[in-house]
Design a protein around this ligand. Structure first.
Ligand SMILES: Nc1nc2c(ncn2[C@@H]2O[C@H](COP(=O)(O)OP(=O)(O)OP(=O)(O)O)[C@@H](O)[C@H]2O)c(=O)[nH]1
Length: 169
């Protein structure tokens, strides 16, 4: 069922409208294996009964060494583009990606942080309140994998223990 809420900005693109759980790619890499929303969730959404406390916006923080591809990853998701030229992120940048889930508008606020050491103190000011942490590394540089542990610790220090979903990309 489509939302009857007044949209802010342009309509949500078709591939961002989620009416059922997407099929998992592999069970080992899936957070949960359910195929449908819980019936109470579906009912609440149908009756627009989610109140104001529902999670309508989630903050995603993407961290990792410089040059591992954080900006490229986000641009592929949000704009479906890939740029061969490297432009270092200065401090932080962010994108908003809009979805409609079970008829309810929902947004991801995706924070792209700079991997360069000199910008770390600027970027770390934006770690607080993350619901999702993506630690990114470069498959061709094993050192960047080792450094993800430190990046993760830095973000977790600013957030409640156990309150974030964590991904290694
Ligand atoms: N071959 C290849 N190149 C990539 C890939 N992802 C990113 N790149 C390239 O790697 C370089 C760095 O990518 P960015 O996305 O800017 O890296 P970043 O992690 O955001 O870098 P900082 O902003 O400095 O932290 C760019 O030249 C990209 O074109 C990938 O999957 N494959």
């Amino acid at each position: 069922m489509r939302s009857s809420w007044t949209p802010l900005g342009p309509p949500v693109s078709q591939d961002r409208i989620i009416t059922s759980f997407p099929k998992w790619y592999t069970p080992d890499a899936c957070l949960q294996l359910k195929e449908h929303f819980h019936s109470r969730v579906t009912t609440a959404c149908q009756h627009r009964n989610t109140g104001t406390a529902g999670l309508r916006l989630s903050k995603v923080v993407v961290v990792g060494d410089l040059y591992v591809g954080k900006t490229s990853l986000i641009h592929r998701l949000c704009k479906n583009v890939f740029d061969h030229d490297y432009k270092a992120t200065i401090g932080v940048d962010f994108e908003i990606e809009r979805f409609e889930i079970a008829g309810i508008p929902y947004s991801l606020q995706i924070w792209d942080t700079a991997g360069q050491e000199k910008f770390k103190c600027i970027a770390s000011a934006y770690y607080r309140g993350a619901q999702v942490i993506i630690t990114a590394f470069d498959l061709t540089d094993v050192q960047t994998l080792g450094h993800t542990r430190q990046w993760l610790e830095d973000v977790l220090r600013e957030n409640e223990a156990g309150s974030c979903f964590i991904f290694l990309v």
